[in-house]
Design a protein around this ligand. Sequence first.
Ligand code: SAM
Length: 256
Amino acid sequence: MSQDGRMASDYRLYGDLAGWWPVISPPEEYADEARDLAAALDSAVPPAREVLDLGSGGGHVALHLKPGRTLTLVDLSGEMLAVSRRLNPECAHIRGDMRTIRLGRVFDAVLAHDAVDYMTTEADLRQVVETAFAHCRPGGIALFVPDHIADAFRPVSGGGGGTDGSGRQASFREWTWDPDPADDWVQAEYEFVLRAADGTVQVVREEHRLGAFSRAAWLRLLADAGFEPGPGRAAPPEADGGRTRGHLFTGRRPAR
Ligand SMILES: C[S@@+](CC[C@H](N)C(=O)[O-])C[C@H]1O[C@@H](n2cnc3c(N)ncnc32)[C@H](O)[C@@H]1O
């Protein structure tokens, strides 16, 4: 639950509009980021092969990570899981909340990519870090890739979009700003223009609340959960063509 009482599942983007996800944010755009994450998974000793992806969405990151690895994909949205199943039919898909899910098994690595942005209170983020620890084997690693961190936050405006084989087209604009730097969240305002194959156009505006925690908070929560935190990496705000992608926090679960 975000601070304003909304669940991420209340957002239309992950509900009735989920089928547009591959057109709004095409899978190929995740290749560079996934390469970076794959390098982190491969640098583990031994390399991480069994991976749990918390908040896997449409499975666009998973698409690039799955060669040579076995991925288990968890998301809150049944609609987003359905999109991902089409793209990644060989992966296990499980509906669940990354704060509370317990699968009763461990993985070589746990990944929480941009979906972790939907944690807007420290209590929620703590739960996700604890979920990651519970599913990480001794000696395994956890990777967290938030879009925003408080220390490096700058207002972002950008956009994107794409097309698909059926003739659908989508474009979006995004403005992300911080209404109150004293709290742990920022506001993203999206405008989606969605053109169906029959030429019908709909314009949808939606505000999302996204977490922006300090680097110190990330490192403290990782240590509190039992991880040995890595140094973390804050990407410059202008990285990735105006998006803030590239922050990375890592935790290693001690071998014993
Ligand atoms: C930006 S999308 C993720 C896209 C994904 N990185 C991909 O490769 O397609 C964010 C996702 O976070 C999911 N989400 C938000 N809060 C969640 C929670 N508490 N537990 C699990 N998934 C959650 C949403 O349902 C949505 O699918």
